[in-house]
Design a binder for this molecule. Structure first.
Ligand code: CA2
Length: 205
C-alpha cells in the first residue's frame, strides 16, 4: 500500500489507495431464530447455516476492504442496544430483523435515532407470504430493502451499502468549486439576481 504524502502537520495529500486509513465499518445484525438457519425449514430459508452465511459476508467484505461484524440475537432489547451502540462504532447497518420486522416499533425507532444508513434484508420474499409479513416497520427508516434472494441478498446489501457510503464520503471530501470567501463581492449568482431585481423593481419586499 503506498503511503500518503504529508507536506506538513496540517496538509496531508490523500489519494484513493489511502482510503484504507479510514476503513468503512458495517454491522450485520441477524434477528430471532436465524441461528437455526440450515437446520430447519430449508424449503423456505435454504440449507446454508448462519455460520456459512457470515463467512460469505466476511469474504466479500475483505474484497471490498470493509470491516464487518456479525451478530445474532433472539432478544428485541439486545438488538436495540446493538443498534444504539453502532452509532459511534459503525458507518452503516445491514439487518434482518426476522419476525421483529413485522412488530417492532422499538427497532424502527433505534434505527431512526442512530441515523446510520441501514439496509433491511430478508431471505424469503415477505411480500409473497402471509399477509402479516407484508408490513415492515423497518422499511420506512431503511435506505433500502432486499427480499427473496436468499443469502445473496446480504451480499447485495453489502455491495449497495459500500457504494452508498463511499459515494457520500467522496461528496463530503470534495471541495466546493469556488470557496465563498474567495469570491469577489457581488459575483455570486444569488447576489447578481438580487441586484437585477433591485435595479428593475427598486426594492425587494
Ligand atoms: O425471510 C426472512 O429473512 C425473514 O426475516 C425470516 C423470519 C421471518 O419471520 C420473516 O417474516 C422473514 C424468520 C426467521 C426464522 O428463521 C428460521 C430459520 C430456520 C428455521 C426456522 C426459522
Amino acid at each position: 500500500m503506498p503511503p500518503c504524502w504529508t507536506l506538513s502537520r496540517e496538509i496531508v495529500l490523500m489519494y484513493p489507495a489511502c482510503e484504507h486509513i479510514d476503513m468503512l465499518r458495517i454491522l450485520v445484525v441477524h434477528g430471532p431464530n436465524l441461528n437455526l438457519l440450515g437446520a430447519r425449514e430449508q424449503s423456505i430459508y435454504g440449507t446454508l447455516s448462519l455460520e456459512a452465511l457470515d463467512s460469505a459476508i466476511t469474504k466479500l467484505a475483505k474484497e471490498l476492504a470493509v470491516e464487518v461484524n456479525q451478530r445474532q440475537s433472539n432478544s428485541e432489547g439486545e438488538l436495540v442496544t446493538w443498534i444504539q451502540e453502532a452509532r459511534t462504532k459503525y458507518d452503516g447497518i445491514i439487518i434482518n430483523p426476522a419476525a421483529y420486522t413485522h412488530t417492532s416499533v422499538a427497532i424502527r425507532d433505534a434505527i431512526a435515532a442512530v441515523g446510520l444508513p441501514t439496509v433491511e434484508v430478508h431471505l424469503s420474499n415477505i411480500h409473497q407470504r402471509e399477509e402479516f409479513r407484508h408490513r415492515s416497520y423497518i422499511a420506512g427508516v431503511a435506505l433500502g430493502q432486499i427480499a427473496g434472494l436468499g443469502p445473496t441478498g446480504y451480499l447485495l446489501a453489502l455491495r449497495g451499502l459500500h457504494d452508498h457510503l463511499t459515494t457520500s464520503r467522496r461528496q463530503e471530501k470534495r471541495p466546493t468549486s469556488v470557496p465563498s470567501r474567495r469570491r469577489t463581492k457581488g459575483a455570486s449568482p444569488l447576489r447578481s439576481r438580487l441586484k437585477d431585481r433591485v435595479q428593475s423593481e427598486g426594492s425587494i419586499e
